[in-house]
Design a protein around this ligand. Structure first.
Ligand code: ATP
Ligand code: MG
Length: 395
């Protein structure tokens, strides 16, 4: 069957009044962006509390269309729709009968028809449309049975200037359209967690920037490429990401030279946060995002998080804070970052990691240890910032 349109359903909770326009306009923008890369011509229309995508070209890539829309936050369901002109109820009923015949090879199911009349001049009410279409379907296909309480299939008939018919609701990612909630800086490593964290915050409508710290020659070009690839996978949902690639080697070596090795990870993390915050402010971000989760590793105990957090002036969003690893893995598989995350390239943290890192660091002690860095650290941070390479990553 060829669908000439897609009806887009979104969760309307919290998008009443003025917010609704902001939400819908952002959703329309994001849909257009997603469809830009798909073969075919599309028009995205806001119409009486719905968003319609109408296909304007003779042919289009159906699978690519669905895939693109499944990456647009704010969409809860994508309904491939057949549109017929309004030429009276008999024609409408015939069109629904034809639609059901083509949509379902096997019609041994229970069903319910949902009528919706947005065009108030139509001579029948929504209920009448539903009841009468149901009766005509039963005549045409005696194997079908009505069940108004727990139908196996729902058949939607919406009356506007045209008639829209659909039965299939393909799930979308839900959430809020990107662009409705400000911008945040993701600390993106090559691991499993941080891409998932970025995905989750972006799902609330937040635009992302990202910062990655590498330590050449201790970390390879392939490790860097892996992070670029991960940013690309996340950007399929979030839209373009400005990725700052910071050369962290000299800072790491200096900390290694001057500080106790069990404090190395914590101090290093504090410098990562400081530098990420620098780029955050430059990019107009109003928050930082990490993939941290309490107790996952030594640097993520409550005490360690307290020490890392202390250097930040922006709020740090940690969407995975209470997640078990398996729950994070499940999401990374769903969003297709898992396979890339588990590629075995060294991370800049793992190279200098101590055998017995401090698990309960005290902030005063760490702050005191950092005094050992006073001589050169500001200069090294300055150089790291100045030599940072920034690329825009887009799916
Ligand atoms: P991930 O799987 O996201 O790498 P992890 O379990 O390896 O996390 P850590 O290495 O302690 O945990 O890192 C915690 C968080 O710090 C990461 O989720 C990420 O947000 C940030 N981070 C760690 N290493 C880097 C890096 N090299 N560049 C940018 N951010 C980093
Ligand atoms: Mg890591």
């Amino acid at each position: 069957m060829t669908y000439q349109a897609f009806l887009i359903k979104y969760s309307e909770i919290g998008v009443k009044g003025k917010n609704r326009y902001v939400f819908e306009d952002a959703l329309v923008r994001q849909i257009k962006r997603a469809l830009d890369h798909v073969d075919g011509e599309f028009k995205v229309i806001k119409q009486s509390g719905r968003i319609f995508i109408s296909v304007e070209s003779e042919s289009y890539d159906y699978d690519a269309t669905i895939d693109a829309l499944q990456h647009v936050f704010g969409i809860c369901a994508i309904c491939p729709t057949v549109i017929v002109p309004d030429e009276g109820f008999d024609k409408l009923a015939d069109a629904v009968i034809k639609f059901v015949g083509e949509e379902f090879d096997n019609r041994n199911f229970t069903f319910k028809v949902f009528g919706r009349r947005a065009n108030k001049h139509y001579p029948m009410t929504s209920m009448e449309v539903a009841a009468e279409v149901g009766a005509r379907l039963l005549e045409a296909y005696p194997e079908m049975k009505v069940d108004v309480h727990h139908p196996q299939k729902m058949i939607f008939v919406e009356v506007r200037e045209n008639i829209a018919i659909y039965a299939n609701e393909i799930p979308g990612p839900c959430g809020m359209p990107v662009g409705t909630a400000g911008k945040a800086m993701l600390l993106l490593s090559g691991g499993i967690d941080s891409p998932v964290a970025g995905y989750m915050i972006s799902k609330r409508g937040v635009v992302l920037s990202a910062t990655y710290f590498h330590a050449p020659p201790y970390t390879s070009e392939r490790a860097k490429q892996k992070v670029v690839d991960l940013a690309k996978l996340v950007s399929k949902y979030s839209g373009p990401i400005d990725l700052h690639i910071v050369n962290f080697t000299d800072i790491q070596l200096y900390i290694y030279e001057k500080c106790l090795h069990e404090e190395l990870t914590i101090i290093m993390r504090r410098y990562m946060m400081r530098i990420a915050e620098h780029f955050a402010k430059e990019d107009g971000c109003i928050g930082l995002i990490t993939g941290e989760s309490i107790g996952q590793v030594a640097s993520q105990t409550m005490q360690s998080l307290n020490c890392t957090n202390a250097v930040c002036t922006l709020p740090v969003y940690r969407p995975l804070i209470a997640f078990d690893k398996q729950d994070i893995v499940d999401i990374s598989e769903k969003i297709n970052t898992y396979e890339t995350s588990i590629l075995p390239y060294e991370d800049c943290c793992t190279i200098f990691v101590a055998k017995h890192p401090a698990t309960k660091p005290k902030l005063e002690v760490i702050e005191k240890s950092e005094k050992n860095l006073e001589e050169k650290i500001d200069e090294l941070v300055k150089i790291a910032i100045e030599t940072t390479e920034t690329i825009t990553v887009e799916a």
